[in-house]
Design a protein around this ligand. Structure first.
Ligand code: AMP
Length: 495
């Protein structure tokens, strides 16, 4: 570990720079307290990431913040560092059964990682009590942990409300509230719980609100929670992480298992995260991979906390190469070195796609995201492409009958070329796993914004954003094979 005492050394206690004065290139510029800077040196953090450079100075002034940032951008430190600074400079004993800072996060894993980050950055601050309140583990230890009051409580909403109902904690002393991954909270149905929690807090508080995307419902929630917030964003709304090479493989549902095995054999992978829509499917995929000779494990809501932690630890330390997960279980997994994300199923919520593929390309690395898309998922693909404003390069590996050829569809199909739900060129599947050389399957060519707002038209041959294009956009390599396909320019997050 390289020690960089220079950056930690000279410190003027209250020198908070005006936050407009960007870019801040050193953690020293923030005027953070010495014990925090010392911990950062030990963590080997030299340069603030963009979300940190923007957020830390604002939080230090006491203002509310809406931060639009994905995981992997360094957003945990963006809120944890100024919060620790606040606790250091305004020391007071927390009251019994209370907390001074409350961090709400959607999953156990993410909550654990946030608490670990607070512990790491605050390791030289004594006393500093940090408690974790998550489900899946006995509540009694958490009740005992809160008895004398804590500086920081990191909690999932459900367990927090249980603790409140058991009178293990009151929330009226909270000085700073952090809501992390707000859009995921919405997906997971936590919005009502969050509103209940917020109603228990005092009005004079600072609120920091983070979300990877800002759908309407989340904007409404933010409006109801924040006072005159400053908005910071490190990626444009709903943009995909630009370092990730994305591709889609059109396939039949029944061929997905074999396609996965083939993909794992042909790709040069390091750590692979495979997403399925259901727990049941995750288990099935694991069984198939194990039968095919791959070491794979699943994490999902039916697994105990111990199992999840063991599997995650194996994945982190490299013992396990393939992790199969559902969206919820994978939320907040902070593992560097995930080379591939495979969407075995496409998510029906476009934001989930962004979250999923954001698991790769962390810590400055490039990553590859491969999505299997069967005909029932064509509409999901359309929605994803519309949101990320990219037509993802595709390869067609369908071999069987198109939906339009099925008996139920036959009468409709009889008067028109065979296209199926993917629409297309009427040329039928090529069945050989190769790209359609030069074949423009949507006939629209280079439509990056998606012109058709409706469902994929089964009869039209037109410009249908649901239809994955076989050819690449200008500037993209045109072949779909082994390497990366899409290198979008834009703001990378330096590490
Ligand atoms: P997060 O987006 O908060 O989940 O952070 C992603 C990863 O980046 C974590 O492993 C952090 O430890 C790491 N990290 C955060 N900030 C920095 C920084 N300024 N320099 C180096 N690594 C960082």
């Amino acid at each position: 570990m390289s020690k960089n005492r220079d950056t930690a050394g000279s410190l003027s206690d209250s020198a908070v720079l005006p936050y407009r004065k960007l870019p801040l290139t050193s953690f020293n510029d923030f005027g953070l307290a010495e014990p925090i800077l010392r911990a950062l040196v030990e963590e080997n953090y030299v340069t603030p990431t963009p979300i940190q450079a923007q957020t830390v100075p604002i939080v230090l002034t006491g203002r509310d913040v809406i931060g639009i940032a994905q995981t992997g951008t360094g957003k945990t430190a963006a809120f944890a560092l100024p919060i620790l600074n606040h606790l250091y400079t305004k020391r007071m004993r927390p009251e019994r059964k209370s907390c001074r800072v409350l961090v709400l996060s959607p999953t156990r894993e993410l909550s654990g990682q946030i608490a670990d980050s607070f512990r790491a950055y605050g390791r030289h601050m004594k006393p500093l009590a940090i408690e974790l309140a998550i489900g899946g583990v006995p509540i009694n230890r958490q009740i005992r942990g809160l008895a004398h009051g804590v500086e920081v409580l990191v909690a999932t909403p459900g367990r927090l409300l249980d603790l409140v109902h058991q009178r293990a904690i009151t929330l009226n002393q909270v000085e700073i509230l952090v809501l992390d991954e707000a859009d995921r909270m919405l997906d997971m149905g936590f919005i009502n719980d969050i509103r209940k929690v917020v109603a228990m807090l005092r009005k004079e508080r600072q609120t920091l609100f983070f979300s990877a995307t800002m759908p309407g419902e989340i904007t409404k929630l933010a409006d109801s929670m924040l006072t005159n917030p400053e908005r910071v964003a490190v990626t444009p709304q709903a943009s995909t992480v630009d370092r990730i090479a994305q591709r889609v493989i059109l396939t039949e549902k029944s061929a997905k298992n074999d396609l996965l095995v083939e993909t794992l054999k042909t790709e040069t992978t390091d750590r692979v995260l495979v997403f399925t829509r259901t727990k049941h499917c995750a288990d099935k995929v694991v069984r198939h991979l194990q039968k095919s000779g791959f070491g794979a494990e699943a994490i999902h809501g039916n697994k105990s906390q111990n199992q999840r932690e063991r599997v995650l630890a194996d994945f982190r330390n490299g013992k396990l190469r393939i992790l199969v997960a559902t969206d919820i279980a994978a939320r907040g997994i902070d593992v560097d070195g995930v080379s591939h994300v495979v969407n075995y199923d496409l998510p029906n919520i476009p934001e989930s796609y962004v979250h999923r593929i954001g698991r790769t390309a962390r810590a400055g690395a490039d990553g590859i995201a491969i999505s299997f898309c069967d005909h029932e998922e064509a509409a999901f693909l359309r929605d994803i492409q519309r949101m990320i404003r990219i037509t993802i390069p595709s390869i067609d590996k369908r071999t069987g009958l198109r939906p339009a050829q099925r008996p139920a569809d036959h009468h409709q199909a009889s008067n028109r070329p065979n296209r199926g739900r993917f629409g297309g060129n009427g040329g039928g599947g090529n069945g050989n796993g190769q790209n359609h050389g030069g074949g423009n399957r949507n006939g629209g060519g280079g439509n990056r914004n998606g012109g058709n707002q409706g469902r994929p038209s089964r009869g039209s041959q037109g410009n249908n954003p649901a239809i994955p294009r076989a050819e690449a956009s200008p500037g993209e390599p045109n072949s779909i094979g082994t390497v990366s396909f899409l290198q979008r320019g834009g703001n990378r997050t330096p590490r």
